[in-house]
Design a protein around this ligand. Structure first.
Ligand code: NAP
Length: 551
């Protein structure tokens, strides 16, 4: 254990620190941050409460968990050597392969010795007098650092609704993101899944063939796009590996950080009904998010364009699901495509044609009354289960930051600060919390995450370099810059169909958590524009930040 009292000031009289930087989280963000800072010679300690590195990919180990971005661009881009060396087995790799990949990076970049696992940061309190962060862990350790980086991930804080009787259920009952690490024998069992988002959509087809029965309790139907899973072939891999600079550049210049050929310079009204159907059919056959980004440039901004695509998807549900009543219950209504993050399908719809798979529409037909010792009681009947999975989502973006005691310069917690209105500067920092950086924080873009993470890590590294080069003690983002960004983020979302997400409880707006939304939690003004703004900020030496000399 380290005691802050024992620390001595350095030879220049500056207060002593244990590390230049403490990073919270050892997933993609934490590993990327650690690598970039180590390259600059900074001393860094990464803490993670999990017993392994990997973040999302160590927690989300439910059957069927896999990426929704394609493998070859869901990875770090900083080393051509690593890109060439690593081989993906599939278009959308499963969590085990993602975890293996992150271990490969951590080993090759010699990151593990700077990572401390099974350690929860309980508090981080800013000491204004010394311009340092005091960080305490659940294991009783205390550390001082100049910079604090949240790499806790945007979708990491679990959300479990307050179902009456939840703790009375006799069998295993857990959040999907806490699927037991030891083997859970679900074969031949009766499984209930509450929730029908991206997690449930991956889980259902994977377990359905092995269980006695599985029932999905759905509140809001989703627009679900076909994944188009396929094995990596030597030819495809060769093509990818000979094009990596171009792929990375495309990610960097794309509105969602993906190497797609968009904008397509076409709007929906330019096409006849037949032409439009043919375009959507081609993209449906190809699979993935290209359906949204390589069809029409106004799909996510114009309601008529969006409705045409939505209709195409609803017709597909009718084709794929045999029972018309189930097909109708699975058909999203009352909100546009992408106002809620569309999951990717690996056989979800067809799974409802099995005799052992059931859908319970808890909004219109059978509201949940309570969880009992033996199952889920709805207004119609008791559904008995051996296992209940709570695929009920996350308190996204602000959740992890607000659940930790992070106190800024005036003693206020980040939660208290944001209780009067969420405001950040580009999701990277927030006024009153000097020398705190957030990776994919609130009001940063939701896009291909490794791309956003790496660009954010570059900005943070450059900012720290700037401060150290100039011997600044601290930085604080100006209120003006923070307010301007938050207003801009709201204006940006208002130009898209994502603003209608409140009707569908989207986490983009915090609307999935009772009492939280709607609020602008995500920047939808284009990841490419965001990356350009970060570059401009670096080039101009961070004009939005106020820097302070040592006292
Ligand atoms: P989610 O999309 O937020 O879905 C949660 C589900 O729980 C929804 O169906 C929701 O219904 C339901 N629910 C919440 N509160 C409820 C209540 N009180 N009663 C009944 N139902 C309730 O969560 P998720 O599926 O875990 O996915 C979250 C995000 O994680 C995704 O959008 C995605 O960005 C990410 N994710 C990514 C991947 C991947 O990339 N491979 C995989 C999984 C998840 P409502 O819809 O009505 O709120």
């Amino acid at each position: 254990m380290t005691s802050t009292d024992d620390k001595k000031a350095d030879t220049n009289g500056a207060p002593a620190t244990d590390y230049d930087v403490v990073v919270i989280g050892a997933g993609f963000s934490g590993l990327g941050m650690l690598h970039y800072l180590k390259q600059e010679g900074r001393s860094v300690r990464v803490f993670d409460k999990a017993d392994d590195i990997g973040g999302t990919w160590t927690w989300n180990r439910y059957p069927g968990a896999r990426t929704d971005s394609e493998s070859y661009y869901y990875c770090f881009s900083f080393s051509e050597e690593l890109l060439q060396e690593w081989s993906w087995s599939e278009r959308y790799p499963a969590w085990e392969e993602m975890l293996e990949y992150l271990h490969f990076v951590a080993d090759r970049c010699d990151l593990k010795k700077d990572i401390q696992l099974k350690t929860t940061i309980e508090s981080a309190i800013y000491d204004s007098e010394n311009s340092l962060w005091d960080v305490k862990t659940n294991t009783g350790e205390a550390y001082r650092c100049k910079y604090l980086v949240s790499a806790m991930g945007l979708i990491s804080e679990l959300y479990i609704p307050e179902f009456k009787g939840l703790d009375t259920f006799k069998g295993p009952c857990f959040h999907s993101s806490r699927w037991p690490k030891e083997e859970l024998d679900y074969k031949g069992k009766r499984v209930g899944i509450i929730g029908a988002g991206a997690t449930a959509v991956q889980l259902l087809p994977e377990i359905a063939p092995d269980v006695e029965s599985v029932t999905i309790f759905q509140r809001t139907a989703n627009f679900i796009l076909p994944a188009g899973q396929k094995k990596m072939t030597p030819e495809w891999e060769k093509e990818i590996k000979s094009n990596y600079p171009e792929i990375i550049n495309k990610c960097r210049t794309h509105v969602f950080g993906m190497p797609f050929d968009s904008p397509v310079d076409r709007v929906s009204a330019d096409s006849t009904d037949e032409e439009r159907t043919a375009i959507y059919q081609k993209l449906w056959d190809e699979g993935g998010f290209r359906f949204c980004f390589e069809s029409y440039d106004d799909l996510l901004s114009d309601l008529d364009a969006n409705e045409a695509a939505s209709d195409f998807l609803r017709n597909k549900i009718k084709e794929l699901v045999d029972d018309p009543e189930t097909a109708e219950a699975l058909s999203p209504r009352g909100y546009p495509l992408f106002a809620k993050r569309p999951p990717l399908d690996h056989g979800y719809y067809e799974t409802f044609n099995r005799d052992n798979v059931h859908l319970v529409d808890i909004t219109n037909a059978e509201p949940i009354v309570e969880i009992t010792e033996t199952g889920v009681l709805t207004e119609k009947q008791l559904h008995e289960f051996d296992i209940i999975v709570l695929a009920t989502g996350f308190d996204a973006l602000t959740g992890a930051l607000e659940h930790m005691e992070i106190r800024g310069a005036n003693g206020e917690t980040i939660k208290e600060k944001w209780s009067s209105g969420l405001a950040t500067y580009m999701g990277l920092c927030t006024t009153g919390f000097p020398n705190l950086f957030m990776i994919t924080g609130p009001q940063a873009p939701f896009a291909n995450l490794p791309t956003t993470i790496e660009e954010s890590v570059k900005w943070i590294t450059a900012c720290i370099n700037h401060m150290e080069d100039n011997q600044y003690a601290s930085m604080n983002v100006s209120e003006k810059a923070e307010n301007q960004w938050s207003e801009h983020a709201t204006e940006a979302i208002d130009m898209t169909v994502m603003k209608y997400g409140h009707a569908a409880n989207t986490w983009f707006l915090g609307s999935n958590i009772p009492g939280k939304g709607p609020s602008t939690l995500v920047y939808f003004g284009g990841a490419n524009n965001y990356f350009d703004m970060m570059q401009e900020s670096q080039d101009k030496k961070f004009p939005e930040l106020e820097f302070f000399e040592p006292a």
